[in-house]
Design a protein around this ligand. Structure first.
Ligand SMILES: NC(=O)c1ccc[n+]([C@@H]2O[C@H](COP(=O)([O-])OP(=O)(O)OC[C@H]3O[C@@H](n4cnc5c(N)ncnc54)[C@H](O)[C@@H]3O)[C@@H](O)[C@H]2O)c1
Length: 264
């Protein structure tokens, strides 16, 4: 699908990857770019720059999601492409507070469910549409620094697969975006795991480029870091070796973090 003349909604679009996607869609002459974020004034700033439409939405709320979809259709007539991009993380393991697990679950998984529940029936009526779900390489591999992030991003990939299996034959395209590190405010400069990701981080504009070419080809995985595909294939073929490699890497990270803490 070409994005020219399409009505496109992007969630989590006030900064980072979402903003880069909105800018790129506007450059590609989308008919309308709906810039949505829980941070209304920041969404407004991006939308003013592009001549888009800003709509506030907390993606973790089904009512807020439904209101975003309804208002977009009221103002723009339809939704051709829905980019479910908003995401959050909490660094830590299974012992993180339950509230942190719940927040990751609500934003990284249930938001995609709310979007699909609201948007898919309307796309089915029209016989076409495109769902772009921003997951992460953490959903194909793992994110050593965060148990809830890894778990919920795996669930996001699983949902995207399920949607593709059920709705692609009925005219709805589905792509799942799985970047490794991306240079946005999402990466915490003081966290050793994020410092590791930052070493090979790409720009949000490179993610937007990967999304455009994946949509053009109408393929499932958008991989701004092609090596993620190689690691994913290695994991499938040598699961135990892959786990051992990550365990060794994780030990190195934890030693580094401990050394830093003891110097403070
Ligand atoms: N930056 C990375 O290294 C990286 C790597 C892989 C995947 N991702 C994924 O890419 C997506 C975008 O990340 P980013 O790097 O641009 O992050 P970011 O923090 O720069 O931007 C995320 C945006 O989502 C918004 N948001 C947060 N909670 C929301 C909610 N409940 N409702 C609506 N909006 C909400 C924030 O206000 C913010 O504008 C996320 O899903 C993230 O998990 C990021």
């Amino acid at each position: 699908m070409e994005v020219r003349n399409r009505v496109i909604v992007v969630t989590g679009a006030a900064g980072g990857i979402g903003r880069a996607l909105c800018r790129r869609f506007a450059d590609e002459q989308a008919e309308r770019v709906v810039v949505s974020d829980v941070d209304e004034s920041a969404a407004q700033a991006v939308s003013s720059e592009l001549g888009g439409l800003a709509i506030a939405c907390d993606v973790s709320s089904p009512d807020s999601m439904d209101a975003l979809v309804r208002r977009t259709i009221a103002e723009c007539g339809r939704i051709d492409v829905f980019v479910s991009n908003a995401g959050v993380t909490s660094k830590g393991g299974v012992d993180l507070p339950i509230e942190d697990w719940q927040r990751c679950w609500d934003v990284n998984v249930m938001a995609h469910v709310h979007a699909a529940r609201s948007v898919v029936p309307r796309m089915l009526e029209r016989g076409e549409g495109y769902l772009v779900q921003v997951a992460s390489a953490a959903g194909l591999l793992t994110e050593m620094g965060s148990a809830p992030y890894s778990t919920t991003k795996h669930a996001a990939v699983a949902l995207a697969e399920w949607l593709a299996v059920h709705y692609q034959p009925r005219g709805i395209r589905v792509s799942c975006v799985c970047p490794a590190g991306v240079d946005t405010g999402f990466l915490n400069p003081d966290n050793v795991y994020d410092q590791f990701l930052k070493r090979t981080a790409c720009s949000p504009e490179q993610v937007a480029e990967a999304v455009i070419s994946t949509m053009r080809e109408e393929t499932f995985l958008a991989l701004p870091h092609p090596e993620v595909g190689e690691f994913f294939a290695f994991k499938a073929q040598h699961y135990d070796e892959w786990l051992e490699n990550f365990a060794k890497l994780n030990e190195r990270m934890q030693r580094l973090a401990a050394k830093r803490t003891s110097k403070r």
